[in-house]
Design a protein around this ligand. Structure first.
Ligand code: UDP
Length: 480
């Protein structure tokens, strides 16, 4: 009798399929959300691409026994199932260099693979009732309609960027769509956005409308997301209150961020890194508190050879200690011998260059006092949480718009250079402004205020917790 009771209980458990966009900055928040949902009784089937699975497996620390991302999480009793599918390209295909072709594939080839897999999974127990897919995908409404699933769209960037894509029609009417002609008039007609300059639009909105990413955004975010039942977002209500309220008038929209704090990550070992992480702890320990600049441009963006050379010289001139994540392939071509001759000899133990690291471990270290960043959204949320002011050098996509939030709105960062091309003497000057003196103190004070808002949001009575609970209530109503 108890057996059949348990079976019935299991039948009733909500079961969600989760599909992140196969990129580092997307898989991390998806994994945290998966753990959080499983910890409150959801069954999760997490779908990863074979390519990402291969990278993560290769990069996991030696001697780990994990066979997939969630092996350790399952040991704590969480019902997280894991499966991989092809993204339509051979494993050897370089998805970074050939990003346009890759995005085309995600729009045209990947949906059939997802369809095929979901078709096989629908007979599982408990019954699959919900799809949580990345907002960047163009196919979630097709799949959720076909299999009668609640369609939850997960946006991993700030609400500001979401709303700009969401209102592409307004940008078009006003001539700010695909506006690559250096317009200077202010955009003040997007609901919930007081004003934004054309130069601060995401790079894809400044590109010609033939751009593949823009086509994807048009189909996925301008059209597709409007068919979603619920939208969740890795942002914080108090950080973007007006933008979020305006969006909530259009669609159920739940800011749950910072999502990396949702899962109690430190308690459950999960490996999500696409590359092996160098250990910087010992090097950091030998430095005075607040003295180290952390330099990283994320997992995706390319940089020019000239920029790298100027940054290297700027670091030398600044005399500040630094850790520089120099991701192999960041130039999009051979990056050997890019650093100035004698650079590594000159920096001695003042600088540490690593191919990749555990960013959270580095920026949470008390010796780190500043972050030269590309303004990736995960990096911004992490650095707010660990109180580290930013020196901003956005390169493309949402990073351009994220900079506006950090520098112009919240005043917790400064621009690396006021105009391009960036120059070594200005870089050195800005590094000093970030790390020492009155300007550094001002940034730190502002950071404390912003951090305070985030702390409130994630407290047990805070907005992110409340929004999460409401999301679960509303999701369960849709499921039933
Ligand atoms: N990251 C990391 N090690 C590094 C650099 C980055 O673990 O050496 C992590 C970082 O903590 C963040 C993610 O990779 O969670 C990058 O996401 P973000 O949105 O900041 O930038 P993207 O890589 O998507 O441009």
């Amino acid at each position: 009798h108890r057996g059949s009771e348990m079976e019935a209980e299991n039948q009733d458990k909500p079961h969600a399929i989760m599909v992140p966009c196969p990129l580092q900055g997307h898989i991390i928040p998806f994994v945290h959300l998966a753990i959080k949902l499983a910890s409150i009784g959801f069954t999760i089937t997490f779908i990863n691409t074979q390519k990402l699975h291969q990278l993560i497996t290769k990069s996991s620390p030696p001697n780990t026994t994990q066979s997939d991302i969630f092996t350790e999480a399952r040991k704590s009793g969480l019902d997280i199932r894991y499966t991989t599918i092809s993204d339509g390209f051979p494993l050897s295909f370089d998805r970074f260099i050939n990003s346009d072709q890759f995005m085309e594939g995600l729009m045209l080839v990947f949906p059939a693979h997802v369809d095929d897999l979901v078709g096989k999974l629908v007979h599982q127990t408990p019954q699959i009732t919900c799809l949580i897919a990345d907002t960047f995908f163009t196919w979630p409404s097709m799949i959720s309609n076909k299999y009668n699933l609640v369609n939850v769209s997960f946006w991993t960037e700030p609400a500001l960027v979401f709303t700009l894509y969401y209102h592409l029609d307004l940008l078009k009417i006003n001539g700010h769509y695909a506006c690559h002609d250096n317009r200077e008039d202010v955009i003040d007609y997007i609901p919930g956005v007081e004003s934004i300059q054309p130069k601060d639009l995401p790079s894809y909105l400044q590109a010609p409308d033939t751009c593949v990413a823009l086509r994807m955004i048009h189909k996925a975010i301008f059209e597709g997301v409007k068919e979603a039942d619920l939208v969740i977002c890795n942002t914080v209500q108090e950080l973007e209150p007006r933008t979020i309220s305006a969006l909530q008038e259009k669609q159920p929209f739940y800011p749950l961020g910072p999502i990396f704090l949702l899962s109690g990550f430190t308690k459950t070992a999960v490996f999500t890194s696409l590359w092996s992480q160098s250990d910087c702890t010992q090097w950091l320990q030998a430095k005075p508190p607040g003295s180290v600049l952390y330099v990283s441009f994320g997992s995706l963006a390319f940089m020019s050879r000239e920029d790298v050379v100027e940054i290297a010289h700027g670091l030398l001139l600044s005399k500040v200690s630094f850790i520089w994540v120099f991701r192999p392939g960041i130039l999009g071509c051979d990056d050997s011998e890019i650093l100035p001759v004698g650079f590594e000899d000159e920096i001695k133990d003042r600088g540490l260059i690593v191919p990749w690291c555990c960013q959270i471990s580095v920026i949470s270290h008390p010796t780190v006092g500043g972050f030269l960043t590309h303004c990736g959204w995960n990096s911004i949320l992490e650095t707010i949480w660990f109180n580290v002011p930013m020196l901003c050098y956005p390169l493309f996509t949402d990073q351009i718009t994220n900079r506006k939030l950090v520098v112009d709105d919240w005043k917790i960062g400064i621009n690396l250079c006021d105009r391009k091309p960036i120059r070594r003497d200005e870089i050195a000057e800005k590094i000093k402004c970030l790390m020492i003196g009155k300007s550094a103190n001002d940034l730190r004070k502002n950071m404390e205020k912003i951090k305070g808002k985030v702390e409130d949001a994630v407290s047990s009575v805070g907005s992110s917790e409340k929004n999460f609970k409401q999301f679960i209530v509303d999701l369960k109503v849709k499921i039933s």
